[in-house]
Design a protein around this ligand. Structure first.
Ligand code: PMP
Length: 455
């Protein structure tokens, strides 16, 4: 059965109760969900509960969860230390208009671990963290433009959404990528304020950052942008960003909302980037909403309101609420160096296993990623940037088939998002992922050969 036939018949792995819930949801949400990122085929799977690395859906079926709420749950679901910390905090109140000591403790942990984080401000989402980091860079430099990487996701702040969904029809020349809009009616002034760079393009970074030197507040980059392929940065690319930014007094914002999970000290430290500001989120909230801006003491001073009006006001009704702070602290305390080393080994075993299975079948696929993250591409050669990772519709639908095959075999493998592992996963879970992947290759040999043929 191909995807369209299956859609017409209803997906074999979406149960009756999920279908019923979705029918109700369609009456109250514009598309039946409250997040564009929810995966549906054509209905989503409604979850009843999460237990460690597994989900149980409302129809009573169990899935190994490789989505981990978009890479957030680095300890899996209902991690006991987080549940205990939250239960204690809930009994003492959930939010106050006063600070609590829990925010100091989480900030101390981040400042002590992550190089370049001298000071922190907490917000509620990654989007908000990036938004305030961009504003902070503008306030600090007095400049308004930003540079960002083509195809990279940084949340929903207009300037950071530029060229997120660039396509071959509109992305322009490789030497001067076009700034493309994200939605109808997006102000053209936003496009004019954003310089788009191609990931791993050393020459482009030098040229574009120096041509806009006097107008750029910051270069915003994720050291391994997930949405544009989870592609490893070339050391010379990191060095080029660093040199061009320093030479032109442009700040570097490293968006580690997702990739902080790449190591005890985060992703910049792993790849040798020395940013001025770092945005964080996801894992630092232990499963509760969170975002944080961290950075150099002099830059972070733009938030300083102690003498009256700050250069940049940042508040938020729920910023630094004690539930997110205590959950985050419990999760982060359990993410010691040993936990990261284990995740590194587990991630490598999944990527190596997938790579070996591909080689055995000579399948036209490849795998990228690092630490506890991986991404499978229907490409024979590992992509170098967003343009190379961009998929034509036929390849997109092959990847949907892969996600469907995984779900039918008891694993949630995200299609649009990045698959991730958690400390609750075992070596058996990792082998399970590789076995199901091998099963997909064997079951789809013909389809894969057809895909490979035109190359
Ligand atoms: N930046 C990056 C790199 C992200 O991956 C995300 C979320 N996936 C965000 C920003 C936005 O975070 P949030 O969804 O918490 O707003």
């Amino acid at each position: 059965m191909n995807l369209d036939e299956a859609k017409a018949a209803g997906s074999p792995y979406v149960g009756r109760k999920s279908r019923e819930s979705f029918a109700r949801a369609r009456l109250v949400f514009p598309d039946g969900t409250s997040r564009a990122t929810i995966e549906r085929d054509p209905e989503p799977i409604y979850v009843e509960r999460g237990v460690g690395s597994y989900l149980v859906d409302v129809d009573g079926r169990r899935f190994l969860d490789l989505n981990c709420n978009f890479t957030t749950l680095i300890h899996g679901h209902a991690f006991a230390p987080v549940v205990e910390a939250l239960t204690r905090q809930l009994q003492c109140g959930s939010c106050f208009a006063n600070p609590t000591e829990s925010e100091i403790e989480l900030a101390e942990l981040l400042c002590s671990r992550i190089p370049q984080v001298d000071r922190v401000r907490f917000v509620n989402t990654g989007t908000e963290a990036v938004l305030f980091a961009v504003k902070a860079a503008r306030a600090f430099t007095g400049r308004s433009k930003i540079a960002k990487i083509e195809g990279a996701y940084h949340g929903a702040y207009d300037w950071c959404e530029v060229s997120l969904g660039a396509t071959p029809d509109n992305w322009g020349e490789p030497t001067s990528p076009t700034s493309t809009g994200r939605y109808r009616g997006m102000p053209s002034s936003v496009l004019e304020e954003v310089v788009v760079l191609r990931f791993n393009d050393v020459e482009g970074v030098h040229r574009l950052l120096s041509s806009y030197a006097h107008d750029l507040a910051a270069v915003l980059m994720d050291p391994m942008p997930s949405k544009s392929g989870l592609i490893a940065p070339k050391p010379e690319f990191i060095a080029a960003v660093q040199a061009a930014a320093r030479c032109n007094n442009i700040l570097i914002i490293s968006d580690e909302v997702l990739n902080l999970r790449q190591g005890f000290q985060g992703a910049s430290a792993r790849y040798g980037l020395v940013p001025d500001l770092i945005t964080m989120g996801k894992i630092i909230g232990g499963g509760l909403p969170i975002g944080a801006i961290g950075g150099r003491e002099d830059v972070m001073r733009v938030f300083d309101a102690s003498a009256g009006r700050p250069m940049l006001a940042q508040g938020g009704t729920f910023s630094a609420n004690p539930l997110s702070m205590t959950a985050g602290l419990a999760a982060m305390r359990h993410l010691d160096r040993t936990a990261f080393e284990r995740l590194e080994v587990l991630g490598k075993s999944v990527r190596d296993g997938i790579r070996l299975a591909i080689a055995k079948c000579s399948a036209p696929l490849c795998v990228t990623g690092a630490a506890s993250l991986f991404r499978i591409h229907p490409l024979t050669k590992v992509p170098n940037d967003y343009r190379e990772a961009y998929l034509a519709p036929a390849l997109e639908s092959l990847m949907k088939e892969l996600t469907r095959f995984f779900a039918q075999n008891g694993i949630i493998l995200p299609h649009g998002a990045t698959p991730s592992l958690s400390t609750s996963m075992t070596r058996d879970d990792a082998d399970f992922v590789v076995d199901v992947f091998s099963g997909f290759l064997h079951a789809n040999e013909k389809l894969l050969n057809q895909i490979a043929a035109p190359r």
